[in-house]
Design a protein around this ligand. Structure first.
Ligand code: MLT
Ligand code: MN
Length: 300
């Protein structure tokens, strides 16, 4: 199985267009230790020829430009991208669907809740239904995404998309709104992709125990990082993202689960682990975790 990280950053990317926080300033200055990152998406393939995107980031065109495997190979119209799977309805994960118009056949897989959000936004009708089939999957049931890959979708603690929030938001709900994926090829290789997660519940810990590879929500280093840095008013907890550090953080929750490779992605532009030379990056790596970057490739 081939995996390419197309984007390792959280919503807004790194640097974010309006953010000159200390971490972002290093990126704006072109510091090589502060690599720019697109918003969160992976490309996965069983054979290296036909590919599935996990989420469709706003930068998907740029991601294709940077990734020869995803570029058209046959005249006059062609794409190696055969399917797209969504883990939630947030803008960083769905806006790229608008770029994938142009009557190119592929299948779009998501929960009914996420497909309903898209259906309620007529701009997504730009994905011509004659070419783009939308398939609702059921949580905890295997889905064949058509190119030698199967996915197992499961709910993780999360919430509805930010732009769908009403007065009362049930953060931490385990519903169709925020899911994780286990991706498997026909040869026994598998990995987990969980770009947004509010908590590692005992059930999630058991699911992940002994996994060969995990991509996990790396949004914030500390829960109050945006609040303290003046870049936002919300905590990570309120946004549906558990933070990495501390006794209640994701590093502590994941460390003892005997997961062979643990990689943080969906990293917010304020998170100091984005800097190759930060003490926080050293701490993450010393604890046995990796930090994803755009173009990172893994072959299982
Ligand atoms: C998130 O992961 O919390 C969202 O991407 C936030 C947003 O839409 O900006
Ligand atoms: Mn996001």
């Amino acid at each position: 199985m081939h995996i390419i990280v197309l984007g390792a950053a959280a919503g807004g990317g790194f640097p974010q267009w309006n953010s000159a926080c200390p971490v972002g300033q290093r990126a704006w200055a072109g510091d090589p230790a502060a690599k720019w990152r697109n918003q969160c998406s992976l490309a996965v393939s069983a054979d290296g020829i036909s590919w599935t995107l996990l989420n469709a980031a706003p930068e998907v065109r740029h991601q294709i430009l940077a990734t020869p495997a995803l570029q058209p190979k046959e005249t006059p119209r062609h794409s190696p991208i055969k399917s797209v799977v969504l883990t939630n309805g947030d803008i960083d994960h769905v806006a790229g669907l608008l770029t994938l118009r142009e009557s190119q056949p592929f299948t779009l897989h998501a929960t009914q809740a996420i497909l309903d959000v898209l259906a309620a936004n007529p701009i997504f009708n730009a994905l011509n239904p004659a070419f783009v089939e939308r398939g609702a999957f059921t949580l905890d049931q295997e889905v064949d995404v058509g190119n030698g890959l199967a996915i197992h979708p499961f709910a993780v603690p999360g919430k509805v998309p930010l732009y769908m929030e009403g007065e009362a938001v049930n953060v931490g709900a385990e519903t169709e709104d925020t899911i994780g994926l286990e991706v498997e090829d026909g040869e026994g290789d598998r990995f987990f992709f969980i770009p947004g997660c509010a908590a590692v519940t005992p059930a999630l810990a058991e699911r992940l125990r002994g996994a060969p590879l995990l991509f996990f929500d790396g949004t914030l280093w500390t829960d109050d990082e945006m609040f303290k840095g003046g870049t936002g008013r919300k905590t990570g907890g309120r946004m549906g993202h558990m933070s990495l550090s501390g006794p209640d953080g994701s590093m502590a929750a994941l460390q003892a689960l005997n997961i062979r490779r643990k990689i943080f992605l969906h990293i917010n532009n304020t998170n100091p682990i984005l800097l190759d030379d930060s003490p926080e990056r050293a701490e993450v790596e010393a604890a046995g975790f990796e930090v994803a970057f755009d173009g990172m490739q893994i072959v299982l």
